[in-house]
Design a protein around this ligand. Structure first.
Ligand code: ADP
Ligand code: MG
Length: 323
């Protein structure tokens, strides 16, 4: 690379951290981190690929933000508090403007959650970014996908579907004033639900983050918990911005099958619902269904099975497909 690997790291990524638990950070062969008794380490990794996880023309700062956001979302789903990350960066070329934008988006979000970048790897190749994130939970206080029980209520945070609507806005170059830019922002800058995940530790029986589409991910939660679910489509939180740009049926399709929400999907027994409402929740949550004993996952609209046109992210990746 023209700029040189060492210069890239020194100029854009080797930053001082306030975290006292980073004993040795960037610059040596490995990082040395202080662990503490009574806590459990929680580790996750997510890779984003240009043209697959974000459109080719995405702004570098948005890519940097997203690379960390998708990882923080995994820690949120575990009820963990983030602490450290490593970054593997594969770049086609060393473009200083791009690097500076990327680093600004990455560190903007890192600062919000006091995450220190403690190491990584930098290579030449197609644009692929991997972040590994580590954080901790107290004792055995983590959330898992596997604890849902028949009769539990099913909740989702935020408004699923807005991010997929935002991607459609980008791909189809929909002009729609404020609603369009709001949805675009929801796609480009997903807010990880770290605080909510922390708050749910003593409430939720199961939790996961929604990244591949609400219905697909609900099936994963149900499989892990050996149960099923009934999802009430009419209970889904409505988005004014979505309603402004899309037909009602498409709004539901995006909410159930669109990806990139990075909201939390969780379950809890009915007797805990009142206590949940007394919490000062950091995020709006909506009850969208119940967990059932039989293994099927059924979306219902006015009591009738609701038909998904096609599942998952691909449905919305094809600009000629919907709407
Ligand atoms: P090594 O060859 O020993 O793996 P490198 O030359 O690849 O070391 O990296 C030197 C230091 O810079 C290491 O501490 C490594 O973790 C860090 N590093 C490399 N790339 C990145 C990156 N993209 N972000 C953060 N730290 C990085
Ligand atoms: Mg080395």
């Amino acid at each position: 690379m023209s700029l040189g690997e060492f210069d890239i790291i020194a100029r854009y990524f080797a930053r001082k951290t306030e975290r006292g638990d980073v004993l040795l950070g960037i610059g040596d062969d490995a990082a040395v981190l202080d662990s503490q008794p009574g806590r459990k380490l929680v580790v996750a990794m997510d890779t984003i690929v240009e043209g697959v996880h974000f459109p080719v023309e995405t702004d570098a700062a948005d890519i940097g933000y997203r690379a960390l956001a998708v990882n923080l979302s995994d820690l949120a789903a575990m009820g963990a508090e983030p602490a450290w990350m490593t970054l593997s960066l594969s770049l086609p070329r060393a473009n200083e403007q791009w690097l500076s934008g990327f680093a600004s988006g990455l560190f903007e979000l890192a600062k919000d959650y006091n995450v220190a970048l403690v190491g990584g790897d930098t290579v030449r190749g197609p644009l692929v970014i991997t972040v590994q994130i580590a954080g901790w939970v107290e004792n055995d206080g983590w959330l898992a996908r596997s604890g849902a029980k028949p009769g539990d209520l099913l909740f989702v945070s935020g408004i699923p579907g807005e991010a997929a609507g935002g991607l459609a806005v980008v791909q189809r170059r929909i002009m729609g004033g404020e609603a369009a830019s709001f949805l675009k922002h929801r796609f480009l800058r997903p807010r990880p639900r770290i605080e909510l995940g922390r708050q749910l530790r003593n409430f939720a029986t199961a939790a996961m983050d929604v990244s591949d589409g609400l219905l697909t991910d609900l099936k994963k939660l149900c499989a892990a918990s050996a149960c099923g679910a009934q999802l009430n489509v009419d209970a889904l939180p409505e988005s004014l911005a979505m309603r402004e740009l899309f037909e009602a049926d498409d709004c539901w399709q995006y909410a159930l099958a669109g990806g990139d929400d990075y909201e939390l999907l969780f379950t809890l027994p009915p007797e805990r619902a009142a206590a949940l409402r007394t919490l000062q929740l950091q995020q709006r949550v909506t009850q969208i269904g119940v967990i059932t004993a039989d293994a099927s996952v059924v979306p219902l609209l006015e009591g009738q099975p609701f038909r998904i046109k096609r599942g998952g992210y691909d449905h919305f990746a094809n600009p000629n497909d919907v709407g």
